[in-house]
Design a binder for this molecule. Structure first.
Ligand SMILES: Nc1ncnc2c1ncn2[C@@H]1O[C@H](COP(=O)(O)OP(=O)(O)OP(=O)(O)O)[C@@H](O)[C@H]1O
Length: 591
């Protein structure tokens, strides 16, 4: 879980830069604080002709001819400009340091969230859509970033300025100073009460944005199919409604937060007006000079900026807390169990044996999809899993890969339990090709290599086996041709062949083909099977298919029904078994 305190701790780890930033901020405030004092001094000492400290100091520094109204005004103006310039330059340097510090912390939060995505359980992803996660990665982190940037860059300068002004005011006229200084805590307390509402509005706004983001990303994901069924407008209409909700929530959050911020600043200004009246009365009834009064007003104006900044930071503090709650919901999502590799279970030179012992599994609370399944697959054996649609074949694959864990029973590779081997080791040595392989909006090369460095020769070799080399060669950019979003520039069969090539590149000990050639024409499929023969020799293979052509070459066929293996044997034997499920499924295809 990330907390604001935790983020502050992270900032403090960058202690050198933090100190430098704070030191520059201090210097910036120190340079800016005397500015309002300069011009009012001129009023008393030059305009009202009451020479005092300023005239004495300048008389000591300047040639006597310069110590007149022109000389003094010119010197003071020049000095004030220098102070302002110094304050601007120090402000830029401070902001630069603090912004880079805050961006570093935001990057850390983003990376923590991205790291977490690789550990979240698959069940969680089923309910948490891509749009929701994207919204949290973008909008919520943006809110947090804004707060951090504002806080560390501005709060310190604002607090130092307020303190500096307070000191000068107390020195000039402590009774007047106390009136204005006591007003500040009251305004801050009021903002804190109002700020809690901002948190709620911001949360509503971000929730609405999340629904919009989810709706748009889902619609875009299946745009082709939606357009083909003439449903795209209806789905976009739904997204438009979500956009309308965002407008409502954002409008409410936008103007209400601004109104509250103005209200709290307004309270400060009411106090300010009363204070001005009191100051003028002091000129009439006490020894406060006109110049001093102007200086006090100058300081009040000077104080207003920092006070408003502090008030705004409070509001973004509540918005950041709302964002953090939503970020933490992702960070606290249930993770898949982590099993470190305790044993080395795979040998690069030898195929692996696979066994299931009384494996029972259900998605959630439902009926078991796999019911006490036990099976042994020998090293190098080719096994076909068949059965009616929904029998649980793909579920078994998910379990073998550790994407879901069995409720009961055990899965072993080379007699080592999954928990001993660790998921990472298994996924490294098991190559899977699914019916609808995922492809990225990237080049053929990247889609094959999956962020790993492979030589072109290796890529062409697997493309050759996958019966895709000629097609890629004919593309204008060869391996660098772009495939479009989800590989739309390839046909279904070409996508499947590309996925097979990608799997072969990995040289896995166990190969799982889950309807991996279902979109290929029978001629290409036959060529592919023939070409893959050598590759599959010496690897344990599980083939899931409805088409007989993909099944009959297997050493053994397992027939799934109702979550159990109900028939087992070679194709020739099963297909001739009168009344068998296998015969019902494949008898006709054989004929
Ligand atoms: N993520 C999931 N959450 C809940 N239920 C699921 C999930 N995935 C699959 N199921 C259910 O599990 C059952 C088995 O699905 P599975 O995909 O394993 O069947 P299959 O034998 O591979 O079917 P097919 O031949 O059609 O691919 C189905 O009834 C399906 O509704």
């Amino acid at each position: 879980m990330i907390t604001l305190t935790g983020l502050w701790q992270q900032l403090r780890q960058q202690s050198k830069r933090l100190w430098l930033g704070q030191w520059l901020a201090f210097c910036g405030a120190a340079v800016a604080v005397p500015i309002p004092l300069m011009m009012p001094l001129l009023v008393d000492e030059v305009l009202l002709n009451q020479p005092g400290k300023l005239t004495q100091t300048l008389a000591a520094l300047l040639p006597p001819a310069w110590v007149g109204p022109i000389g003094i005004i010119a010197c003071v103006t020049l000095f004030t400009i220098c102070l302002r310039l110094g304050s601007v330059l120090l402000g830029v340097a401070t902001t630069r340091i603090f912004v880079s510090l805050s961006k570093q912390v935001t990057l850390g939060v983003r990376q923590t969230l991205l790291d977490k995505l690789s550990r979240i359980r698959m069940q969680v992803y089923e309910s948490l859509g891509a749009g929701q996660i994207t919204a949290r990665l973008l909008t919520d982190i943006e809110t947090l970033d804004k707060f951090l940037g504002e806080t560390i860059a501005k709060v310190l300068v604002a607090v130092l300025s307020v303190i500096g002004v307070a000191v000068v005011l107390l020195w000039m006229h402590w009774q007047l100073a106390l009136i204005i200084l006591l007003l500040n805590p009251f305004v801050i307390a009021l903002t804190m009460v109002l700020g809690k509402k901002v948190k709620l509005w911001k949360q509503r706004e971000n929730n609405a944005f999340e629904v919009l983001s989810q709706s748009v990303s889902e619609t875009l994901e299946v745009m082709q199919q939606l357009r083909a069924s003439n449903s795209d407008k209806r789905f976009l209409e739904k997204a438009k409604q979500a956009a309308e909700t965002v407008r409502e929530a954002a409008t409410a959050s936008g103007w209400k937060s601004d109104a509250l911020s103005r209200l709290s600043f307004g309270v400060f200004l009411f106090g300010f007006e009363i204070f001005r009246a009191v100051a003028m009365l002091m000129v009439v009834f006490s020894d406060l000079s006109v110049g001093q009064m102007i200086a006090v007003f100058g300081y009040l104006w000077f104080m207003m900026g920092p006070v408003q900044e502090l008030l705004t930071v409070q509001f973004s503090y509540y918005a950041a807390k709302a964002a953090l709650t939503r970020i933490n919901q992702v960070l606290e999502a249930e993770e898949e169990p982590h099993y470190p590799a305790r044993v080395k279970g795979f040998n690069d030179q030898q195929p692996a044996a696979i066994s299931l012992k009384h494996v029972t599994f259900a998605y959630g609370e439902g009926d078991p999809i796999l019911d006490q399944v036990s099976l042994n697959i020998a090293p190098g054996e080719q096994v076909a899993l068949v059965g009616v649609s929904g029998a649980g074949k793909s579920t078994l694959v998910q379990l073998l890969l550790g994407l879901y864990a069995p409720n009961q029973g055990q899965i072993l590779f080379n007699d080592q339990a999954i928990e001993q081997l660790g998921y990472a080791q298994i996924r490294e040595h098991v190559g899977v090709v699914l019916q609808h392989p995922m492809l990225f909006n990237d080049s053929v090369r990247q889609n094959l290599a999956m962020q790993q460095p492979y030589a072109d020769d290796a890529l062409w070799k697997v493309l050759e086996v996958a019966q895709l080399a000629q097609f890629i060669r004919d593309l204008p950019d060869g391996l660098d041709s772009q495939l479009g979003r989800s590989g739309v520039r390839l046909s279904g069969g070409q996508r499947q062949r590309l996925a097979i090539a990608r799997m072969m590149l990995k040289q896995p000990q166990v190969v799982i083909l889950d309807e991996a050639t279902s979109m290929l024409d029978t001629h290409t499929e036959a060529l592919l099977h023939a070409a893959m023969h050598t590759f599959l020799r010496g690897r344990t293979t599980i083939i899931i298919a409805h088409r007989l052509s993909a099944v009959k070459e297997a050493d053994r066929v397992l027939v799934f029904d109702g979550g159990r293996i109900i028939e087992e044997g070679q194709h020739a034997t099963l297909v001739n078994q009168a009344g068998s499920v296998y015969q019902r499924l494949y008898g006709q295809q054989t004929a």
